[in-house]
Design a binder for this molecule. Structure first.
Ligand SMILES: NC(=O)c1ccc[n+]([C@@H]2O[C@H](COP(=O)([O-])OP(=O)(O)OC[C@H]3O[C@@H](n4cnc5c(N)ncnc54)[C@H](OP(=O)(O)O)[C@@H]3O)[C@@H](O)[C@H]2O)c1
Length: 328
């Protein structure tokens, strides 16, 4: 029986998500890695509990998280039954559809058929009646945007999701999607782009659109999957993501350019008396348009460690300039 920490809301900072009624913790937890069939249930449980005890109220999933695809949601359903049912109303739980999930023409991309069927499957796997946020996971070049956004609007009206979001959309497509959703009466709550010191694409127009449209932003992989912890500076440590689950983060990510930049960034963090991954998290959160940094964790200690940024001194203009130079 799990009893959450009494003081869990006293240490986290919460930020308003666009102009909505929802506030999200500065750090949210994603279940992309470490919640499939290669991670013991007890490890998963300890990670989720550490997150909630630290004030992290948002767990992010997708239909295809595993391995195998669907397994993270299936495991989360078991965690719902053991730990989370009494705390459902304290949690923001999200899932997504947009990548290949089942065979045939109806299990991928952005059709109304795929999104609605996929969310029904996700709810069954997670033992939930509804999710708080349902995302379209990536833009679909072939399905009319009206159809995809119409499906999101329908999903909210049917009570299967409270809010909707989009992920991996560029600035122009995002703006069109926001306008359509607003006109249908289902404003977009949030955008989920990849954003970290090594991937600054959202700065090329997307963050301006989000500011103008007053839509929230949760950035994924703020530590570049662990590269921005500095753990790979002297090779590939045992038990790290590249060592134990290199499906997406592969040894060839350790380029000379990345290593050089990581060393330069680490020197800046050292001068601030902090760890590189704390600097990396504070850096993505420096712009208030970013509502939350969506981290992953392979063990509970990482969550507690990362949450210490809540009290770290803000980055100065001089430090931000040094970071730009290190990344040039
Ligand atoms: N919308 C999309 O298309 C999309 C795509 C990708 C991800 N996401 C979301 O974003 C979430 C996070 O992605 P991510 O896992 O790549 O995020 P990340 O925060 O960049 O990387 C997390 C990894 O970094 C390492 N780490 C974290 N804190 C650490 C610490 N204090 N000390 C040492 N190592 C630490 C751990 O890896 P080790 O295994 O090395 O310990 C951890 O699994 C996903 O779970 C998912 O919800 C969304």
């Amino acid at each position: 029986m799990y009893t959450p920490a009494q003081d869990r809301y006293q240490h986290m900072t919460y930020r308003r998500c666009g102009n909505s009624g929802i506030q999200l913790p500065m750090l949210s937890l994603g279940l992309w890695h470490n919640f499939g069939d290669i991670t013991p249930f007890e490890t998963q449980q300890a990670i989720l509990r550490a997150a909630f005890d630290t004030g992290i109220t948002h767990f992010d999933l997708a239909n295809n998280y595993g391995p195998p695809a669907g397994e993270a949601e299936r495991n989360f359903g078991r965690h719902m039954d053991t730990d989370w049912r009494p705390h459902r109303d304290e949690l923001i739980i999200s899932t997504k559809a947009g990548y290949g999930m089942w065979d045939g023409p109806y299990g991928d991309w952005g059709s109304r058929k795929y999104l609605i069927a996929s969310l029904d499957q996700s709810l069954k796997r997670m033992h939930l009646d509804y999710v708080d946020i349902f995302y379209h996971h990536r833009p679909d070049p072939d399905t009319p945007l009206e159809e995809t956004m119409g499906a999101l609007d329908y999903i909210v009206r049917s009570g299967k999701a409270l809010y909707v979001g989009i992920s991996n959309y560029g600035p122009e497509q995002a703006k069109k999607a926001f306008t359509m959703l607003r006109e249908m009466g289902t404003p977009c709550l949030i955008h989920q782009p990849r954003y970290n010191m090594f991937d600054r694409r959202p700065e090329q127009g997307l963050t301006d659109v989000l500011r103008e449209e007053k839509v929230g932003c949760i950035c994924f992989s703020p530590l570049a999957g662990g590269l921005l912890t500095g753990k790979y500076l002297n090779g590939i440590p045992a038990g790290s993501r590249i060592d134990h689950d290199p499906r997406f983060l592969k040894p060839d990510s350790l380029t000379e350019d990345n290593i050089r930049k990581t060393r330069a960034l680490k020197a800046i963090a050292d001068a601030r008396g902090q760890k590189l991954h704390h600097l990396a998290l504070q850096w993505v959160l420096r712009d208030p348009v970013i509502t939350s940094a969506l981290i992953g964790a392979s063990r509970p200690e990482q969550i507690i460690d990362n949450a210490s940024i809540v009290n770290a001194p803000p980055l100065t203009e001089a430090e931000l300039r040094q970071i730009d130079e290190a990344l040039a």
